[in-house]
Design a protein around this ligand. Structure first.
Ligand code: GRF
Length: 188
């Protein structure tokens, strides 16, 4: 049976694009659609390029039953958060146990939690003086960045790296590993 993915993304969508591209010619895995809460987000054009439907749901639709009903109807095997900035409601976690994963741009448990997203994470890494950072792919539970860790990869930093350079290094790791890790999860 073909496995189905739905991607949730709020921003630029470079990870979403890598995932869509990776599975584009796969007969085993299909990206059904992309959900975004941000009108005009870059992810819409990226999905369109591959003919994957991208649907806008405003913040409120996540709090009512609208998004949950949409997901229940499509019955995805995996819900992938790729730069999705809203908190996932508890009902989603209960309805899709171990079927929601997120990518975090640092080595959790460091630099996680509320407010730790995007450049905030890379600035905090820079300020700490750490000479390595990385990515964490983890299951989503009802607390930010606290679900079980599935995969981590590290990258070394130079003391002179600015937050933007750190972000570039981390993005490269995300693009390299996220699609593969999703593939492995779906093959289990
Ligand atoms: C990534 O760094 C991801 O780890 C974080 O948000 C960023 C999304 O980047 N959760 P993009 O929109 O996929 O380019």
């Amino acid at each position: 049976m073909q496995k189905k993915i739905i991607i949730l993304a709020s921003g630029n969508g470079s990870n979403a694009e890598k995932i869509i591209d990776f599975f584009e010619s796969s007969s085993a895995v299909k990206v059904l659609s992309v959900i975004s809460n941000k009108q005009g987000a870059g992810v819409f054009d990226r999905a369109k390029k591959f003919g994957v439907p991208a649907v806008l749901f405003k913040k409120k639709s996540f709090e009512t039953n609208e998004v949950l009903s949409y997901l229940e109807e499509l019955k995805p095997d995996l819900i992938v958060l790729a730069g999705f900035l809203l908190k996932i409601p508890k009902e989603f976690v209960l309805k899709f146990p171990n079927k929601i994963i997120n990518i975090h741009p640092a080595l959790l448990p460091k630099y996680g939690g509320k407010g730790m997203y995007g450049s905030n994470v890379h600035k905090a890494v820079k300020e700490s003086g750490d000479l390595k950072t990385g990515i964490t792919i983890h299951y989503v539970n009802e607390n930010y960045d606290e679900g079980a860790i599935i995969f981590q990869a590290e990258v070394g930093l130079d003391a002179s790296d600015c937050p933007e350079t750190i972000a570039t290094k981390v993005h490269a790791l995300e693009h390299q590993y996220f699609p593969q890790v999703i593939n492995q999860i779906l093959r289990k």
